[in-house]
Write a protein that binds this ligand. Structure first.
Ligand SMILES: O=c1[nH]c(=O)c2[nH]c(=O)[nH]c2[nH]1
Length: 306
């Protein structure tokens, strides 16, 4: 083995405050609104002195980033993940001299208003078992050279269809035991992220529209495989919204195996299944436009590792 003798230098780095749990209540009228989020910030820029010689003069403390996350929830507002993320990212890049890039990652936990005596309650909710909405906003550069990328998405939207799904005609080798099927349960816990070509978007309406397009395609397509369903869902989103450049999806195949009731002489006509949690097939795909603008830093995550 040859010993390496090159100079040791600092590679890519960033720092910030991860997972600030910010809950913003709007209580200007008797009917309150709640936004319950998890926000992480990461700053990129000239932080070599901090790493090399312990000089903090360029370092805006992570504690300040935490304070900013909470303060901005009030002063700038927290109505949409994306607009709040843009406010934070632009602040760090525009107002903090050593910062030339900021990455804000966000998740929102949905709450459902409770209904008491048939009336929606003003200030009490239960946590929805729905998907978690997500966003990732990146701003780089100052002044006219500034670039902005916005990704929106969701995690763990659990969706199931009890028919309309087939899987057959697959490649077989000596170890293939899977039986082909023309009728099965298809279920997944879908994670999706889509990249906008603009930051001028009606965030909530488009989020709901993307979800609706995906759900409609999942429900109505006679599926020959989860791969085909995933592509069709992505295609539906790009067809509907010309300002979305690409969508990436990750879909665990939540297998529902027909339970053997024959041993009890009980007929099971696709009625009783074992919902097995692992192992699971994991189908992942990106659907994109050939003329999509360069993704730049859109997908660079805040975590250096992983
Ligand atoms: O939709 C599916 N895609 C696969 O690639 C696959 N593989 C498998 O065993 N079952 C399934 N289902």
């Amino acid at each position: 083995m040859t010993d390496l003798t090159g100079k040791i230098v600092l590679g890519s780095n960033q720092y910030g405050k991860a997972e600030n749990r910010v809950v913003r209540i709007y209580r200007d009228s008797p009917r309150h609104e709640i936004h319950d989020i998890n926000v992480s910030s990461a700053l990129r820029g000239n932080f070599s002195p901090a790493h090399l010689v312990g000089d903090q003069s360029n370092v805006l403390p992570t504690d300040t980033q935490k304070q900013t996350a909470y303060a901005y929830a009030k002063t700038k507002g927290l109505l949409h993940l994306e607009s709040y993320g843009l406010d934070l990212a632009r602040h760090y890049v525009d107002d903090v001299d050593p910062v030339d890039g900021a990455r804000i990652e966000l998740e929102e936990y949905a709450w459902a208003r409770v209904v008491v005596d048939g009336v929606e309650h003003d200030h009490t909710w239960t946590r929805k078992g729905e998907e978690t909405r997500t966003s990732a906003v990146t701003v780089e550069g100052k002044g006219d050279a500034q670039r902005t990328w916005v990704i929106s998405g969701f995690k763990e939207m659990v969706i199931l269809k009890s028919t309309g799904s087939e899987f057959h005609g697959f490649l077989e080798d000596d170890l293939t035991v899977l039986e082909p099927t023309t009728d099965r349960v298809m279920a997944t816990s879908l994670t999706a992220q889509w990249r906008y070509t603009t930051a001028d978007v009606e965030w909530d309406a488009v989020y709901e529209g993307v979800k609706a397009a995906m759900i409609e395609r999942f429900a109505n397509l006679q599926s020959l495989a989860l791969q085909q369903t995933l592509y069709a869902m992505g295609e539906a989103v790009l067809e509907k919204y010309p300002f979305i450049a690409e969508i990436s999806m990750s879909a665990p195949n939540k297998h529902h195996f027909l339970y053997d009731l024959g041993k009890f002489d009980i007929e099971n006509n696709l009625e009783v299944f074992n919902a097995d949690d692992r192992p699971y097939g994991l189908i992942q795909a990106t659907v994109e436009r050939e003329d999509a603008p360069d993704a730049g830093s859109a997908w660079r995550t805040y975590s250096v590792v992983g």
